[in-house]
Design a protein around this ligand. Structure first.
Ligand SMILES: Nc1ncnc2c1ncn2[C@@H]1O[C@H](COP(=O)(O)OP(=O)(O)OP(=O)(O)O)[C@@H](O)[C@H]1O
Length: 277
């Protein structure tokens, strides 16, 4: 495997050190790999993603991209959150180009760069199926459309790594399915390495080449489950015996690591803020 991200003994504590959000997390993620993370609330999924993004610093250990330790945010990595955080006063097209425009102002970039960014924005508008709404404002769009805009905006500077924190958590079930096939298509076309955090085990299996199960208190990797589905996914695969078996095995692991016994308890643990350690 051509390693894109190497996480070595990553530890992160908060407060006076009493909260161990990450304890000795070790993982290699390959170039153009799609890795999904699941686990009970408070197991450190978002913290790990933020550390890869360079938005948080590790207490010890390291995270390397292409062999170089990360020292902060960079254009090689982009993040997409559950809440789209689009600028309401800008059109779809301007939202997508906005960050680039800021960089252009800051970095004294030439007009050729501006044109290239515009061409890229047009290509992304096409790729994300946003052509018919490119002059619309965010409040005129559905949640799924807004998230497409947010993804296109994240992809504009051609990041090698896309970090996604429950990006489809606020969408309805049908829209999520459409978004799943869309993001798989994007990852293949753009050859982006995707690290994707979710509470939805089905989503994790459908999208991931590997599902990483994390455990809480302290936050750590519990197990890594390779997904043995054909690379070209289709929604019917969710009905296969193999898919359902893997879903059950992962849910059981999450339930065990969270110390819960019933599905209702598990649901509560996966969606409510955790007690700290
Ligand atoms: N800025 C912070 N200050 C203090 N504690 C924090 C901070 N960020 C996270 N934590 C704690 O670190 C632990 C891991 O949190 P994190 O949000 O990474 O978990 P998670 O698995 O993403 O949870 P969820 O699924 O609920 O989003 C939790 O105990 C959380 O309360």
């Amino acid at each position: 495997m051509d390693i894109k991200i190497r996480i070595e003994k990553a530890c992160k504590t908060f407060g006076d050190g009493s909260i161990t959000a990450l304890q000795e997390v070790c993982l290699d993620i390959g170039s153009n790999e799609f890795v999904t993370f699941v686990g009970a609330s408070g197991c450190g999924k978002s913290t790990l993603l933020r550390c890869i993004a360079g938005l948080e610093t590790l207490s010890s250990g390291s995270i390397k991209v292409d062999g170089t330790p990360i020292s902060g945010p960079g254009v090689d990595r982009a993040m997409v959150f559950q809440h789209y955080s689009l600028y309401p006063w800008l059109t779809v097209m301007d939202n997508i180009k906005f960050t680039r425009q800021l960089q252009i102002n800051l970095e004294d970039i030439t007009s050729a760069d501006v044109e290239a960014a515009s061409g890229r924005a047009d290509a992304l508008i096409d790729l994300m199926g946003l052509n018919h709404v490119k002059n619309a404002y965010p409040n005129q769009l559905s949640g799924g459309m807004q998230q497409r805009v947010a993804i296109a905006r994240a992809l504009l500077p051609r990041p090698q790594i896309l970090l996604m924190d429950e990006p489809f958590g606020a969408l309805d079930a049908q829209t999520r399915e459409v978004m799943h096939d869309m993001i798989l298509h994007v990852s293949k076309l753009e050859k982006t390495t995707i690290v994707f955090v979710t509470h939805d085990v089905e989503e994790a299996i459908y999208l991931g080449q590997r599902v990483v199960v994390m455990a809480p208190r302290p936050g750590r990797i519990d197990s890594i489950c390779p997904v043995n589905l054909p690379a070209q996914r289709n929604q019917d695969m969710k009905l296969s015996a193999e898919f359902m078996q893997q879903k059950k095995a992962i849910l059981t692991r999450i339930r065990e690591t969270a110390g819960v016994h019933t599905d209702l308890e598990l649901l509560a643990r996966m969606t409510k803020p955790a007690d700290n350690n």
